[in-house]
Design a protein around this ligand. Sequence first.
Ligand SMILES: [Zn+2]
Length: 122
Amino acid sequence: MSGWILAACEELSLLLPHLMGMRVECMEVRDGRVVIEASTPGHVPVPCPGCGAPSGRVHSRYGRHLADARCGGRGVVIELSVRRMFCDNRGCPRVTFAEQMDGLTCRYGRRTPVLQRLLSAR
Ligand SMILES: [Zn+2]
């Protein structure tokens, strides 16, 4: 299956609204879990958390492994490729920063906010 932008696939966006706008490369069952390989859109500028200036200049990409809420009785893992960006504001102490996707990632988090809320509610 080649990649697609989740917004273009309405049925999946009903089940996985926190992946809206992500590029989904692959979705399959491995070892009894649903594994979703996805990446953040490559062309969208993101604000630097240090100064707020938008940056579209990519330093590199790296993989994040996020546990997500169960779906159809199976555990879900999102293998997400995110960007490390340059901050070009010379007055900002940050040289690079990792992009965060609202509703999907948080700094150093290994669970999606959806799963974190479910576990906190127990
Ligand atoms: Zn900055």
